[in-house]
Ligand binder design. Structure first.
Ligand code: ADE
Length: 232
């Protein structure tokens, strides 16, 4: 997978993607992430990419021209399945959207800034808008990092244990069951006996039961209407 990110704050993202699991995935060639400074496509002598809104009002608006040029320049190199604008108005990112996006080969992520973006970008250049939550961030960079992270970790080979991404919270519509590691007892706080029993089938059943109970307690909305409210 290749992800091209268009931003006015490239340094923010370069450092984020330069570490940990994502960096290892890049080194292994499982994902290519290219962060581009939108100002590169500015025709302004001060490299501005924003301007005052027509009709007046507070705040600056990101201009269509540099964004169009940036997207066209990338598209001239390869085909993209998605050009995603990160915006609080977009469809909410959830596990199912992350799964869907993880099947793409090439994606462009556009980070907004200032007051907003020239509407013609939305009308003509974007395939979808994605939000990471019902709150407004200062820019789309954190949202682009969140989306990329959620998608990249699903790519085969990125997470050491191939099964672990599949047993995540939300992957089966449930939150994850509790995990423990050594020591089996700490300050009198004990690991449930079942996990030390060696009976894999019973352990699996216990984990499924825990996942269901936790989902009912913590995130009943994830369960179908029939299950909702049937706690215990
Ligand atoms: N840009 C600003 N706020 C955002 C949000 N909540 N999600 C995605 N992009 C954003």
């Amino acid at each position: 997978m290749r992800i091209d990110i268009l931003t006015v704050l490239p340094d923010l993202l370069t450092s984020w993607f330069g570490d940990s699991i994502i960096e290892r995935a890049r080194t292994k060639g499982l994902v290519q992430i290219e962060v581009h400074d939108l100002r590169k496509w500015s025709s302004d002598k001060h490299r501005r990419v924003d301007d005052y809104p027509f009709g007046g009002g507070a705040g600056m608006v990101m201009q269509v021209e540099p964004i169009h040029k940036a997207i066209e320049s990338l598209k001239s190199e390869r085909a993209y399945e998605e050009v995603i604008y990160l915006s609080p108005d977009g469809a909410m990112l959830d596990q199912s959207l992350a799964n869907q996006l993880s099947t793409n080969k090439n994606m462009i992520l556009l980070c907004g800034h200032y007051k907003g973006i020239d509407e013609r970008v939305r009308e003509h250049l974007i395939t979808r808008e994605v939000s990471i939550g019902n709150y407004v961030l200062t820019g789309g960079e954190l949202a682009a990092a969140v989306l990329s992270d959620a998608v990249i970790r699903l790519l085969p080979g990125v997470i050491g244990d191939e099964t672990s991404a599949l047993s995540d919270s939300f992957q089966d519509g449930l939150v994850a069951p509790p995990d423990y590691t050594r020591p089996a007892e700490y300050m009198g706080w004990k690991v449930p006996d079942i996990l030390l029993s060696g009976h894999q089938a019973r352990i699996d059943a216990w984990r499924s039961q825990q996942a269901l109970e936790r989902t009912r307690e913590r995130r009943p909305g994830l369960l179908g209407p029939a299950d909702e409210g049937e706690v215990g």
